[in-house]
Design a protein around this ligand. Structure first.
Ligand SMILES: [Zn+2]
Length: 390
């Protein structure tokens, strides 16, 4: 027998018994107990005692007649079933509720909201969207909850434009979070649209979305990076370099994202001396693996691999790092042969494993760790929470 099914059936049985008992108590003058308590309740109890929880749940559901007194019980039962993964049953309960005439607006909205949540859980996003659009169209106690659920659907379905429309409504609602709390999320939605436009080569739209994102969050590192990327895509290398250099000075935490773009821009502009000076300046105030790698490559190309190996060795001794040691082994392999080379190859294999396990980022909200930067945490679904893992 599956334990949770038995548990669920027991909870329903107790809840239903309590409800029916309370109702009977109030009405005992009018009817006798045998007449009043639904025979389905006893049938359900019997099935439960015979270790048939699946059938018992069905029978208990049938025992609950929808009326103003049992409505909250139905809603609680629907939620419980969904939580236990019994989404089809939860859908049936909520659809059954909505089919009843005479519900208050608040209860209709609550049932719509719960049903939409069931649909989301079942992956029926179209049906959930249709229900929520209808729900948020009217004012009422569940409008804000409905808008937030709708936003989750558009986020998961990558419908960024529709999501922005919902965010606008949420930002203007007095019952929702403060305007300032929605603004950074609106900026992320604009960035998503801008990234899509860049991929399509539609740079005019991409720039418009960046402007819009800046109007919501002037200090967003993501918008800054995106602007740098757009300048490079449009071959505006000096503009891109200026943008990314500013970003690097102000946000050394994100050098891992900035340096590769900057290297790309400098590679096109052919002013490697200027780039080397910039990296040396950054390196004097902040130690970062991306700067170490970019500088070593410039030194190797200007002064040869031996000079680059000497530079990396000095840095690794002063500031030990897995990536630095791996790079150093790379250079040493070029200058070694025979048994020494064989040992170095084994050592590098070990280092490959160490580097592969490196965690670069961690979500400040839920602690999710990743090697790459996510703007939307895959675990807790919050925006902009990734920080460098210290
Ligand atoms: Zn998270």
């Amino acid at each position: 027998m599956i334990d949770w099914q038995l548990y669920l059936a027991l909870v329903i049985a107790i809840g239903l018994g309590f409800f029916l008992g309370a109702r009977y108590g109030r009405q005992e003058d009018k009817k006798s107990a045998g007449q009043f308590i639904d025979e389905n309740y006893f049938k359900g109890l019997n099935l439960l005692l015979n270790e048939q929880p699946d059938e018992a749940i069905e029978t208990f559901i049938a025992a609950l007649e929808v009326n103003s007194e049992t409505l909250e019980t139905h809603l609680a039962l629907g939620k419980l079933l969904r939580k236990q993964g019994e989404v089809d049953r939860a859908i049936r309960i909520h659809q059954n509720l909505l089919a009843r005439p005479g519900l208050t607006l608040g209860h209709v909205q609550q049932a719509q909201y719960e049903l939409a949540t069931d649909f989301v859980k079942s992956g029926l996003f179209d049906r959930a969207e249709a229900l929520l659009v209808e729900l948020v169209d009217k004012s009422g106690p569940y409008r804000v909850n409905g808008l937030e659920r709708l936003l989750e659907i558009y986020r998961d379905e990558k419908e960024w434009g529709k999501g922005l429309g919902v965010l606008q409504q949420l930002s203007g609602s007095k019952l929702s979070r403060a305007y300032d709390e929605w603004a950074p999320i609106r900026a992320h939605f604009c960035c998503e649209l801008s990234e899509e436009a860049i991929l399509e080569g539609n740079y005019r739209d991409a720039r418009q979305y960046i402007k819009q994102a800046l109007s919501f969050d002037r200090d967003s590192i993501r918008v800054g990076l995106l602007l740098g990327r757009l300048e490079i895509e449009q071959s505006n290398y000096s503009k891109g370099i200026a943008q990314l250099q500013n970003l690097a000075v102000q946000n050394d935490e994100y050098l891992g994202e900035i340096i590769p773009l900057l290297s790309e821009a400098y590679a096109q502009s052919a002013s490697t001396r200027e780039y080397r000076n910039f990296l040396t300046r950054i390196n004097s105030t902040c130690k970062h693996e991306s700067v170490l790698l970019a500088l070593s490559e410039l030194i190797a190309s200007d002064d040869g691999e031996l000079a680059a190996a000497e530079y990396v060795a000095q840095e690794v001794i002063a500031h030990p790092s897995g990536i630095g040691l791996h790079k150093l082994l790379d250079y040493y392999l070029h200058f070694s042969e025979g048994k020494t080379k064989k040992y170095l190859v084994s050592l590098q294999e070990v280092m490959n494993g160490v580097i592969a396990d490196n965690v670069h980022y961690r979500c400040k909200h839920c602690g999710f760790k990743a090697q790459t930067l996510y703007w939307l945490c895959p675990s807790c679904k919050k925006w902009g929470g990734f920080r460098v893992n210290q």
